[in-house]
Design a binder for this molecule. Structure first.
Ligand code: NDP
Length: 324
């Protein structure tokens, strides 16, 4: 028997229960992992509330972790007992141990700690596709990144700075503004006290930005569209304030023939070769000290509910992990 945090029905953080579960031996193509650290992501709250349905109830939620391989299923040749691996999919990480398809994990290089690995796989690989694939960010790019002091946000500031971009970041407090600036953000806007679309126009001499990365959803729509230059790209990749409601596509033409996309990491890393390329790029930047992973909150696994409360109350900065 091992312990896991499971939901038995959708709802608030109180639905996260400390349960005992039994795991079978790994099946063909699977690994059994003993977690060393587990990552917390905003998507975990969508699974908890049912905004994103879980496959079965009761469900062990959580997408991300770093662990040691303790048993190997038939047909797996790439991994052996004792290997330290990390992953950002599939669901089921809030547990002392778990089964996982071997093709979804990657080996963690020696210079990267288990805490860092658990904190960065999902957020870091997300930043990698947002800045390199969804829109190719470079020295000529001016971008707007919402929630710039969050888990994805702090990694994005550092990575976009490395690519030479001008970064405008929105934040919910003055402390968060300082933190975002320390991590490479060129300008910050406190969107609780300032009209961010007006500020973006001022900061860009009326031109607008090339791309808006919007993970806030309801509260920043449609103002995010007003920040874009003609033919600019709106990347709606999250819904921390609730999902954007159905909208008339004509709004994209009225606001300057804009482009819109609603991407997810799981498409960008669906093929094993893409997962390996993404993880390698991330490990490389972290190992070289270009991107620092700020593990700013650590909780015992058993206290996952408190971690969710703090994340949803906008009390956290950078990344959050759980320790089994
Ligand atoms: P964060 O650490 O960024 O936490 C969310 C932040 O959003 C808060 O700290 C807060 O920052 C801001 N926020 C603004 N409005 C609200 C609100 N009403 N309620 C709560 N928070 C709010 O989380 P993550 O780094 O884990 O994820 C960031 C976003 O990216 C999420 O929306 C997530 O779903 C999305 N995401 C999408 C992926 C994809 O592939 N599509 C992959 C990974 C993440 P502040 O106080 O500064 O406003």
């Amino acid at each position: 028997m091992v312990h896991a945090i499971r939901i038995h029905s959708y709802g608030g953080p109180e639905e996260l229960k400390w349960d005992s579960i039994e795991l079978p031996a790994p099946g063909p193509g699977e690994l059994l992992l003993r977690h060393l650290a587990v990552g917390i992501n905003y998507i975990d709250t969508y699974h908890r509330t049912g905004q994103y349905p879980v496959p079965d109830m009761p469900a062990v939620i959580g997408m991300e972790g770093c662990g040691e391989v303790i048993a190997v299923g038939e047909g797996v040749s790439e991994f052996k007992t004792g290997d330290r691996v990390a992953y950002a999919n599939p669901i089921g990480s809030y547990a002392e141990e778990r089964l996982i398809p071997a093709e979804r994990v990657v080996k963690v290089p020696d210079g990267i700690s288990s805490e860092q690995a658990a904190a960065m796989m999902l957020q870091g690989m997300t930043v990698r596709y947002l800045l390199n694939v969804t829109y190719k960010v470079g020295p000529e790019t001016t971008l707007l990144f919402h929630a710039a002091a969050g888990g994805v946000g702090l990694i994005a500031c550092q990575w976009a700075k490395h690519l030479g971009a001008t970064i405008i970041g929105t934040v919910g407090s003055e402390e968060k503004a300082e933190l975002a600036k320390k991590n490479g953000c060129t300008h910050t806007i406190n969107y609780r006290t300032e009209n961010f679309a007006e500020r973006v126009r001022e900061l860009t001499d009326g031109k607008g930005v090339d791309v808006v990365y919007d993970s806030i959803g309801q509260d920043t729509y449609p103002a995010s569209l007003d920040c874009l230059r003609p033919l600019g790209l709106w990347v709606s990749f999250g819904a921390a304030s609730g999902p954007v409601k159905a909208f008339d596509i004509g709004i994209l033409s009225k606001k300057g023939s804009l482009y819109a996309t609603r991407p997810t990491l799981f498409t960008y890393t669906a093929k094993r070769e893409d997962l390996l390329a993404s993880a390698n790029d991330l490990f490389d930047l972290v190992s070289r000290g270009i991107v620092n992973i700020a593990v700013n909150q650590t909780y015992p696994l058993r206290e996952a509910a408190q971690a969710h409360r703090d994340l949803e109350a906008r009390k956290t900065t950078g990344s959050t992990i759980l320790i089994p």
